[in-house]
Structure formats: C-alpha cells, structure tokens
Design a protein around this ligand. Sequence first.
Ligand SMILES: CC(C)(COP(=O)(O)OP(=O)(O)OC[C@H]1O[C@@H](n2cnc3c(N)ncnc32)[C@H](O)[C@@H]1OP(=O)(O)O)[C@@H](O)C(=O)NCCC(=O)NCCS
Length: 391
Amino acid sequence: MTSDDLSALSLFPATPDQITEARRRTHLEWGKGLTLEEHLTRDANQDQFEGSLDGRLIIWVLAPRNDPQTLNFKCACETYVRQRLFKRIGLVANAHNKNGVETVPCYGIASVFTPPENRGKGFARHMMRLLHWVIADEALLPLALFPAAWGAPPPVVPGTRDGRFSALWSDVGEFYAACGPSPYQKGWVVRGTATTLWEVDASTSLVSAASSSGDWTWLDNAGLLKLWEEDAGEIRLAMEKVPLSGGASFTYLPTRGVASFQHRRLDLFLQRMPSPPQTWGVSSASKSTYATWVIDPRKPATSTLTVTRIHVADPVDQSFKDLLCKIFEIAKKHDVKRVEIWNLAAELQRLTEELGAKTFSREEHLPAFKWYGPESEEAVTWAFNERFCWC
Ligand SMILES: CC(C)(COP(=O)(O)OP(=O)(O)OC[C@H]1O[C@@H](n2cnc3c(N)ncnc32)[C@H](O)[C@@H]1OP(=O)(O)O)[C@@H](O)C(=O)NCCC(=O)NCCS
C-alpha cells in the first residue's frame, strides 16, 4: 500500500452493523470453544459491563473516507476509555506538577484485528497510527502536527481527545512500537513482561500448608467491589510517595469495572465448570495484604489462575507465603494446574524462587504503553503494571 492509498482511508467509530461485522470476523481468533452465536452474545454481554457503559467502549474501523459505513472496512479495534468524561480514573505523578498526583483520562486498547484477506498491506499499522489522533490529549498532540501525507486527520469523536496515556497488551511482539502518531515518533512501547509461574501439583510446600494459614476473608463479587475502592486509595497514596526526579509515573485504577472485567469476561466458560468459582479474592484480617485473581478454564490450554492485583504489607513477614497458600487453596479446589503473577515487585519475586516458582519474560500479552506527555518513554514509569488493567 502506498501512502496515497492509505490516505484515502480514515478511522471512524463503527456503526451498529459494523460492530456486528467486526465481531463476526474475530470469531475464528477469539471465539474458540464458542459457536458464532455464543461469541456474538458474549461480546454483546460485555457491552453491559461497567467498564463498557456510557460510551466507555468504542469500536473503531479503518474505512474509506468516501464510504465510512461500509461493511467492507479494512480492519478494526476497540478502546476502553478508562474514564467517563467527568469521572476520571487514571493517575499521573509528574515531577513538574506541584499539585501532587493528578487524576487523568486514559485509555486501554483491545481486539486489533485485520481479516486474513486484508493482512500484510499496512492497514493495522495505519489504523493504530491514526488512533493516537482520536485519543491523545489535544494539547499534547496538536492537529497542526498531523502528517500531511496521511490526508486529513480522523474526525473527532465527542468525549475523546483527552488521553494522557494509553496501553495495549500485544500478542504480536513489538509491532505496535512502529505505530507512532507520525513516521518519526514511537507508538506503544513494551514494558514489564515478567511472569512468575508455579505448576500447582509440584508446589507441595504451598499446597500442603494451605489450610493452616491465619485469619483471612474470601471475597465474592460484592467483596471485591469494596476492596477495589479501598485499593484505589492505596494506589493513590503509593503514587504520592513515588520519588520523581524529572520523570513521570502513571497507573490505571482498578475501580469502575476495570478489574472486574478480568473474570466477568470469562463467565460463559466459568459457568461450564463442575463447580463455578464464586471467590475472586482474599484479604488478611487487617486488610493490609490481599490478592484478586481470574481463573481461565478454557481448553485445550492448561487451566490457569492469574493474580490480577496483589498487595503485600510487609514482604519480609509470613503474610506473603500465607497469601500464596490461600491462592493455592482455590487453585486446588477448582483443579487449576498453574498459578501465575505478572510483574511482581522485585522483593516478592525473590521470595517466590524459594517457593518453587520460575520467573521469565512472557512472549504474549506484552504490556505496551504510549505516553502523550513531553517526557521520553525512558523517563516514564508504569506503576502497578499488573494484570488487573489488561483488556
Ligand atoms: C496482527 C494483525 C492485526 C496485523 O494486521 P495487518 O493489517 O496485516 O498489519 P500490517 O499490514 O499493518 O502490518 C503487518 C505486520 O504485522 C506484524 N505481525 C503480524 N502478525 C504478527 C505476529 N503474529 N507476530 C509478530 N508480528 C506480527 C508483522 O511485523 C508485519 O510486519 P511486516 O509488514 O514487516 O511483515 C493481523 O495479523 C491480525 O489480525 N492477526 C490476528 C489477531 C491478532 O493477533 N491481533 C493482535 C492482537 S494484540
């Protein structure tokens, strides 16, 4: 594709018919174990999740400027706006900001898909390059800088163009780094791929100790909602303490449907388990140590419990091991074969080696971020880069 051909295309929010078509196309890739009808129903159900309501989920299509509503669009993706226009839930700590931690709009991006017949022609790259121009804060990415070779900028969609950062979880390596807002700028940069993994059956020290570990509260959906509200406060406090010398730090918050999406999206599969799990977290009596998780039972993959958020008050006391024992109790109960934690803090990661885990750099679901502020990526820290904010 020449840039002339690409400039004839632009990015548009999908019509209802285009949304159905985009989802029909992804059935082969992301609908494994589901009929087409079940796949479409699951996606439609996700539209009703808290994180998708009130225009927070937008499906975008790359389509010809002269036929934006065609069902023959080139490719599509989704953005979860991590905020409603008036209720913002990302945080930024910036050395230049005297007012402390700021609450900011931010975005999560999912389901980038080009149908096989359109692949290898530069459509996904162009779609992702254009995406910055509909989500980034206008003051940080002014229209005057839009590359002329790409034609006119995409039409502005009300309620967008305010993002201070965005992220996606790449299954195609570093591809998104080449999707910058101009040919001279980087796109989404991979950061924080460490995965700590246990094989449950081989982890006898954690499994056998499971029933003897202290005073803990199991959390169901209602308990989790409360926990995440409190956790958002903890995250803010921690952000206020981040030492910054010229750089910036950002985080997503788990509230408002962001963290609950992790297990709710697998509901259809979880309900097929002999005894569907009802417990999605555990907290110490003092609420100072806690974890939440998702269980993915989909075959033929090995059933896995992934910790979505973990907070340990004191890494050197017994509470971390006790917390792991509680997690393994749930894993055993549901016949889960693997337990994994993404991007565990270094001091906890060291402890897990003694507890039989291996830590390695993951090759899929790679967290990748785009920072729209003036700082370079090297000067920006992604705080709380854990599974809870995946989408
Ligand atoms: C990944 C995908 C969106 C690319 O769409 P596309 O329109 O063909 O992309 P482009 O033509 O703009 O770019 C093609 C580039 O994609 C990259 N790519 C595609 N599949 C890849 C993979 N599995 N691993 C790494 N890179 C990959 C290649 O680097 C290729 O680069 P090249 O042009 O140097 O060969 C498309 O292959 C797809 O829909 N795949 C299935 C769904 C998927 O995996 N989506 C990504 C989820 S994060």
